[in-house]
Design a binder for this molecule. Structure first.
Ligand code: UTP
Length: 456
């Protein structure tokens, strides 16, 4: 008996199951594969629950149905103008939580970065304008600052996916955990789901591997739970998760004001927002759906809703989601047990055709099944949205060029640092400029570093 026949025999049950479900084509190259590759393909197929995938693919669209959409209510907190005292109180409360060791940081870094077009994970993208420090190190060093300031370790969990796990773990090791306490640095891995073509058929990424995609940032809850990290946090008295995404170098993973507001309000999940650049900016906005706080995708708003303004001329749906959240630990546990709605995203997925030739599509050719972290918001009995400033906290790296690209993020970082220098009266180098996140992750720390009174 040839080795291939052997693999077919050993995998008969799996192969038959796939054939019965109309997915037998994934084994089309099996007989030509080397033994190990053939075994790996059968093992991968065995791990896929086809009935579950079919159910997800057929589920009604997460945003379908007649939903009553209204602007956000009093969950929206805008700390501008004469709110200095409230801001200060929140900051003090947040610092108390941090000092007591109740706040952990989670960075989502499991995405495939398709639009950026790099084969390496986004976590490795050089973010430091002059140092070229990778994005993940950039975030980690802000946490290092706080850890030194508070004289205590802050958990730094980086959610990865099977595609980003290895290089991300290597990066952390090469950089000696970026100066963090290695015992509190973990890389939980999110689950994957297969990508489907327009006929609902699985795609082959190579002749021996079924094309898979991470299950969306909504997979964070379960990834943390499966790695027993939620239990670990609970055992050590942590109560708040500060969640950020790796592709936004401006975001503050440790923000005492945000933590303070979240805790004071008894919020289960809090979010940061920025004012939209205009009605046509394609970003999810904070709203109420059937009375509950939620995020509405830009595509769900009618043109009239997108453009509607209040008496001050501000957009009614003008608070854009920047994917930074504080999440109550017990709520995260609850969400890890909850089926979040599944969204179907049209994406370009590289695959091999019927002859085994690699195809790189120039337009979206497949559907990925994803859950979204923020779909937990309507399920929370208490939530909060804190408006922050775009210039201070939002410049994500999504596309290779243009808006939300490495270039725009670098320009925004440099402009931010220049502003800190100018307002503090500290001379700044011309051209590219960088402030070491370990020394000063934010303007307040920068002023303290230079002996300039804060708020002066
Ligand atoms: P995006 O939704 O922008 O996706 O993720 P992406 O993978 O970075 O890029 P595209 O869409 O393929 O071009 C926003 C953030 O959420 C994380 C990403 O790593 C990024 O930091 N993410 C996304 C996950 O951790 N897991 C996922 O399944 C999806």
């Amino acid at each position: 008996m040839s080795v291939r026949v052997d693999v077919r025999a050993a995998g008969r049950e799996v192969i038959e199951r796939f054939e019965a479900a109309g997915q037998g084509h994934v084994f089309r190259f099996l007989d030509d594969l080397p033994m190990r590759a053939a075994q790996a393909l059968v093992a991968q197929a065995a791990s896929i629950d086809l009935a579950h995938v079919a159910r997800l693919a057929a589920a009604p669209k997460a945003d379908s149905g007649a939903r009553r959409i209204a602007p956000p209510g009093d969950e929206l907190v805008r700390l501008g103008g004469d709110t200095a005292a409230r801001r200060e109180a929140a900051r003090e409360r947040g610092l108390e939580e941090l000092r007591a060791g109740r706040v952990a940081v989670v960075v989502a870094a499991g995405g495939q970065g398709t639009r950026l077009g790099s084969s390496a994970p986004k976590a490795m993208w050089p973010a430091g304008p002059t140092s070229g420090k990778p994005l993940l190190q950039w975030h980690a060093e802000k946490v290092v600052h706080w850890s030194r300031e508070l004289k205590r370790a802050i958990p730094f969990f980086v959610m990865v996916s099977p595609a980003t796990a290895r290089p991300t773990a290597d990066l952390l090791r090469w950089h000696r955990f970026c100066g963090l306490d290695a015992t509190w640095v973990r890389t939980p891995c999110q689950a994957e789901l297969p990508a489907l073509d327009d006929e609902g058929r699985l795609l082959l990424a190579t002749t021996s591997r079924i094309a898979m995609a991470p299950n969306g940032h909504g997979g964070t809850y379960r990834a943390l739970a499966d790695a027993k990290l939620l239990d670990l946090l609970g055992d050590f008295g942590f109560t708040t998760i500060s969640y950020v995404q790796v592709d936004n170098p401006l975001i503050q993973p440790v923000d005492p004001v945000f933590v303070g507001l979240h805790v004071e309000a008894g919020s289960r999940i809090s979010s940061k927002s920025v004012v939209k650049t205009g009605p046509s900016e394609q970003v999810g906005v904070f709203a109420r759906i059937d009375g509950s706080p939620a995020i509405v995708e830009y595509s769900e708003l009618t043109p009239a809703q997108s453009e509607a303004t209040d008496v001050n001329g501000e957009l009614l749906y003008g608070q854009g989601n920047i994917a930074a959240h504080c999440i109550d630990l017990a709520f995260a546990q609850e969400m890890a047990r909850t089926e979040l709605p599944v969204h179907r995203a049209r994406k370009s997925v590289r695959h091999v055709d019927g002859s085994g030739n690699a195809v790189t599509p120039s337009a979206p050719n497949a559907t990925k099944l994803e859950t979204f972290l923020f779909d937990a918001i309507p399920l929370a009995e208490q939530s909060l949205v804190m408006e922050t400033s775009r210039a201070r906290e939002f410049s994500p790296i999504k596309n290779a060029t243009g808006t939300d690209s490495p270039e725009s993020a670098r320009n925004d970082l440099v402009a931010l640092f220049r502003g800190w220098h100018d307002r503090a009266g500290v001379p700044a180098a011309r051209g590219l400029l960088e402030v070491d996140p370990r020394l000063a992750p934010d303007e307040e720390a920068f002023r303290r570093l230079h002996g300039v009174a804060t708020g002066a």
